[in-house]
Structure formats: C-alpha cells, structure tokens
Design a protein around this ligand. Structure first.
Ligand code: NDP
Ligand code: 2IT
Length: 449
C-alpha cells in the first residue's frame, strides 16, 4: 500500500471510529476520498496540510429542539439541525430536508456532498445542509406553518445571506420556504432576500429555480450522451420519484424527445407504456399533494405496482433515480444493465450504493454522479442570490441559458479531469478531483482555520 493509500485508509478509519453509526456519511466520504487518490499521490501538500482530516470534519453543527402544536392543540417536539460543512469558497449553502428519516448521518453526508457539488458549479458557495425529522405528509398548511416558524426561530441565529443560505430539499418546497422566509424577516426586522433560495417569484425568487435540478440533470445527460455520439431522441427512460426533481427531469426528457415510462413515490411506482402524462402527475403531486397510485386510477394506459424498488426492473435505455439515497443497490444495478440500460444519471443525492456505482463503472455505461448531474438546483440558487444582490429579476430564458452553460461546464471539467488523472470516462473520479482541487487549494490559501 502506498503512503497516500495508507493516508486515505487512516482518515476513513478515523471517520468510522469517531461516528461508528453514521453509515451514510462513511459511505460518501469513502467514495470521495478513494477517488481522489491520484491527486494525493501527485501533490503531497494535501497530506502535509491535513486536508482530508479537516475536510471530513464539518466546521460547525447545530442541533436544536423544535416544539410546535398541531391543529388539535397537541404539542409535538421535533429535532432540527444545520450542518455547516465548509465555507472555503463561499457562505455555507445547501437545502433543508423535512423527512422522518432525517438524522445527523444523513445530513452530514448531504452537507459533505454539497461542498463538492457547489464547487463544481463554479459559483462562490460553500457547503451545508439541514433539516428536521418532521414529516410534512398529511399535515395541514397551518401545521406546516407553525412548524416552520418554530424551526426558523432557532435557525435564524445561525444563517444570513453572508453566512449560510438554506433552500429546499425533500419535503421542503415553495410553501415551506415562504413560511420560513416570513418568520426570518419578522424576527430579524430585515428583508435579507438571499438568506433563503427557492423563494416565490413575488418576493425575490428566481425564475427557473423550480425547474433547475430536473432540467440541469437533462442538460448534463444530453452533454454526456452527445459526447459519446448518441442522442436522447426516442430513448426509453425510467424515472424514480415524483417530487420536484423527478417532475422537471421528466418535463425536459420529454422535450428532448425521450419517452419516460415510469415515476414513483415511497409506496410504489407507475408504469405507463404510452409515456407519462406529466400534466396529470403535476395535478396529483403539486396541486393535490396526493399519491402516485392515483395516476394509474385516472390513466387507462398505466399500471401501479406496490413497492417503489420494482421500478428498476422496468426495461429502459436511460435511468434517472430522483427520489432518495440508497434507492439502487448492486442487484438493482445489475437488473437495469442486464435489461439494456446504457445511461444512468443521478437526480437524487447518493441514490446508488457504493457497490452499484462500482458496477456501473465496470460495465462502462455512461454514468453521471449526483454531485455533477444534480448541481443545477444549487447553481440556480446561487443565481437567485446574484439577482437578490442586484435587486433585479432575470428572465426565465436568461437563467435557463446560464444553467445550460453551467451544466455543460460541469460535464466538461469532470471529463477533462478524469482524462488528466488517467481514468478516462470515470466521471465519479473526474468530478471529485475537480471539486476537491478547488476547495482544498482554497483551504490551504486561507491558512489553518
Ligand atoms: P420532493 O420532496 O419534492 O420529492 C421527493 C420524492 O422522492 C417523492 O416522490 C418521495 O415520495 C420520494 N421519496 C422520498 N423519500 C423516499 C424514500 N425514503 N423512499 C422512497 N421514495 C422516497 O424532493 P426533491 O424532488 O426535491 O428531492 C429528491 C432528491 O433529489 C433528493 O435526494 C434530494 O436530496 C435531491 N436533490 C434535490 C434538489 C432540489 O433542488 N430540490 C437539488 C439536488 C438534489 P413520497 O412522497 O412517498 O415521500
Ligand atoms: O441537494 C441540493 O443540491 C439541494 N437540495 C439544493 C440546495 C440549494 O441550496 O439550492
């Protein structure tokens, strides 16, 4: 084992020893650190500056109590968190997740991933993530509002447009951002627009932010597929999830001439051989906040299957996991590829297990890893902050053009780095290396802080 291999092993062991129960965090650290080995070998300064030990340790973690009352007057107490992972290249930036599964391991993994993703956007944003184990499902608007107000009453001490700027993620969309912003503004007595992104257009939100992650995923995939001499036209596509990312991934895939035949939620998936009727999905998920099962009840060509993981058994050319972490394991990756899937790009964060990723790489399919492929959302969040600073609104077309440019740049940079470091086609390594160099060199420039 080389000195640098040993260094990586030692840091992975340290992470495990410090937080033995944080499986998601350990996995993401392993993915990144093992893939940047060629950089460490070439540049001993990263080891000399203890960059790995520093980068795996969030700069700050806040955990707090979130008490709120439901519509019957009953009191509930949730946990709130903000993980401020790295501010080398800009204020902490990253979403808030409201989901019963939320814990420190998941938020540390998301915050760590965000540091590298944000670096790839080329925009000046550090990395963070936060959220709560609150479950918005089945709650009234008034309950969600009271929860958001209580959550922000504490969170506001730790954020600000020059400090940390949260946005949405699972369970946090326009409604939640509105309530959070209203409470922040009231408590601070300050209209600090860029403190949150994903805002409504009427109070400083950016056009195309709602669409950005899904559209960006497709811009990235288009660049990747075209670089390999193919197109998206006529391809059969499997999508998981039916939330913000999934909906706008489906929209752009259809615009590019692909046929999307599935979408899902945590209960099950729908298969529609005629192609997903996106207006119906939007009606059910965005307007009615219903379940995807209802799609099959209203659409004669579609069938519904209980259990969301079955979606990976549907034959396709291209797969876009857009629901959550760990949704594709090795067996599911094998099924996808055995059925002819040749392109997989991640809309969700860490949807594939480490073993599944290794299998994609071995199989030489075109693989767009999450931090590169889904960076469009946070990129447009940063553009929202730019517009807030200017006190101006850009047109949808202007934001969308910039998003396209950013996604193309991310693809090109990852591709070039993979070639430069002797692993051509491996965009996992390419993206991690490109992102790491930017963050690590800046950390060194700042001295030991
Ligand atoms: P939404 O809350 O809008 O939608 C989430 C979707 O994923 C829903 O269909 C949900 O189904 C499903 N889902 C959530 N948790 C699980 C689970 N444990 N098992 C199965 N399905 C699940 O979230 P987003 O669309 O915003 O986020 C989806 C993914 O994309 C996440 O990994 C997020 O981190 C990532 N992402 C989001 C960005 C954004 O800008 N919003 C940017 C980059 C990445 P159900 O309704 O049943 O819970
Ligand atoms: O995972 C992500 O990149 C997001 N949820 C978006 C974060 C943001 O700040 O827009």
């Amino acid at each position: 084992m080389s000195e640098m291999q040993q260094y990586v092993e030692d840091v992975l062991a340290l992470v495990k020893r410090r937080d033995p129960d944080q499986k998601e965090f350990q996995d993401v650290v392993k993915e990144v650190l093992t893939s940047i080995l060629p950089v460490l070998e070439k540049n001993p300064k990263y080891k000399a500056n203890k960059i790995l030990e520093r980068i795996v340790e969030p700069e700050r973690i806040v955990q707090f109590r979130v008490p709120w009352t439901d519509d019957k007057g009953e009191i509930h107490v949730n946990r709130g968190f903000r993980v401020q992972a790295n501010s080398a290249i800009g204020p902490y930036k990253g979403g808030l997740r409201f989901h019963p599964s939320v814990n420190l391991s998941i938020l540390k993994f998301l915050a760590f991933e965000q540091v590298f993703k944000n670096s790839l956007t080329t925009l000046p944003i550090g990395g963070g993530k936060g959220g709560s184990d609150f479950d918005p499902k089945g709650k009234s608007d008034a309950e969600v509002m009271r929860f958001c107000q209580s959550f922000m009453t504490e969170l506001r001490r730790h954020i600000g447009s020059m400090v940390d700027t949260p946005a949405g993620d699972i369970g946090v969309g326009g409604r939640e951002i509105g309530y959070l912003f209203g409470q922040y503004k009231r408590l601070q007595n300050e209209f600090d627009a860029a403190v949150l992104t994903g805002k409504g257009i009427s109070y400083g939100g950016s056009l195309a932010r709602t669409e950005a992650t899904g559209y960006g995923l497709l811009y990235f995939t288009k660049a990747m597929v075209e670089a390999a001499g193919d197109t998206l036209q006529g391809k059969t596509v499997v999508v998981s999830g039916s939330g913000n990312v999934a909906i706008y991934a489906i929209e752009k895939a259809q615009e590019f001439g692909a046929k999307v035949v599935t979408c899902s939620d945590s209960n099950g998936y729908v298969y529609d051989p005629e192609g997903i009727d996106l207006a119906l999905v939007k009606q059910i998920k965005e307007v009615e906040r219903g379940r995807i099962k209802e799609y099959a009840e209203r659409r004669p060509s579609a069938t519904y299957t209980e259990g969301c993981r079955g979606v990976w058994s549907v034959k396709c050319d291209i797969a876009f996991p857009c629901a959550t972490q760990g949704e594709i394991n090795l067996d599911e990756a094998k099924t996808l590829i055995a059925n002819g899937c040749k392109v997989l790009a991640e809309g969700a964060n860490m949807p594939s297990t480490l073993e599944a990723i290794d299998y994609y790489l071995e199989s030489k399919i075109l693989f767009g890893p999450a931090k590169a492929a889904n960076a469009g959302g946070v990129a447009v969040s940063a553009l929202e902050m730019s517009q807030n600073s200017e006190r101006l609104h850009w047109t949808f077309e202007e934001v969308d053009e910039r998003l396209k440019g950013i996604m193309n740049t991310i693809f090109q940079n990852a591709k070039k780095r993979a070639e430069e470091y002797g692993v051509p086609g491996n965009l996992v390594a390419g993206a991690n290396i490109h992102a790491f160099l930017h963050v690590a060199d800046t950390m060194i420039a700042h001295g030991l802080v």
